[in-house]
Design a protein around this ligand. Structure first.
Ligand code: ADP
Length: 190
């Protein structure tokens, strides 16, 4: 079973992905985490994406698609994956479908975490104060939200049209959001 966790920056995708890993033994594929790891390792790729990430822009489709492809090829398509922070553009979504299709697999559900933008801004201001993540500064966060609305939100009609989109209320507590996600996944299996 493969699912996409979908939502604007700071909607809680990473938190919920980690719970799915614990509950179902799924594998979390977060392009944001992969890119941060590349930066931390000081690789050419990491250096190439550093400025783009810090200002809140999207790195190229080519780079993130290659990262995902590498993971699926290495781990095999018979695993259960949670895609977190990917796909973020229609081109990425199409590449993901094609990649899974080549391996006889597919996306079973796209779970949209619906959040209130203003409250999310407050969450991020708190995270910036506590963790100091460079791209959480107000200016970069604004760019991340703009990119979400311009490039990523168009994926909603794409998945909705295919009947793959499921909505959950992302403003509830972590436990309640997790329960809603579990209900969606339970419905798929049954
Ligand atoms: P968020 O906390 O906003 O969900 P992520 O941790 O997923 O952010 O990503 C951090 C940054 O990494 C993004 O702002 C972007 O620069 C880059 N990035 C991550 N995933 C992608 C992707 N699928 N396409 C393009 N850029 C990406």
């Amino acid at each position: 079973m493969n699912v996409i966790l979908f939502g604007p920056p700071a909607a809680g995708k990473g938190t919920q992905a980690k719970l799915l890993v614990q509950t179902y033994g799924m594998i979390q594929l977060s392009t944001g985490d992969m890119l941060r790891a590349a930066r931390a390792s000081g690789s050419d790729l990491g250096n190439k994406v550093a400025d783009i990430m810090d200002r809140g822009d999207l790195v190229s489709d080519e780079i993130v698609i290659a990262l995902i492809e590498e993971q699926i090829e290495a781990r095999g398509a018979d695993q259960s994956y949670i895609f977190d922070g990917f796909p973020r553009t229609v081109a990425q979504a199409e590449a993901l479908d094609a990649l899974l299709d080549r391996h006889g697999s597919r996306i079973d559900a796209v779970i949209r975490l619906e959040v209130d933008e203003e409250k999310v801004m407050a969450r991020i201001a708190k995270r910036f104060a506590e963790e100091g993540r460079a791209d959480d500064n107000p200016e970069s966060f604004k760019v991340r939200l703009d990119r979400y609305f311009a490039d990523t939100a168009p994926l909603l009609p794409f998945y909705e049209g295919q009947g793959r989109l499921h909505r959950v209320d992302g403003m509830k507590s972590i436990e309640e959001v997790a329960a809603q996600i579990n209900a969606v996944l339970g419905g798929l299996k049954g």
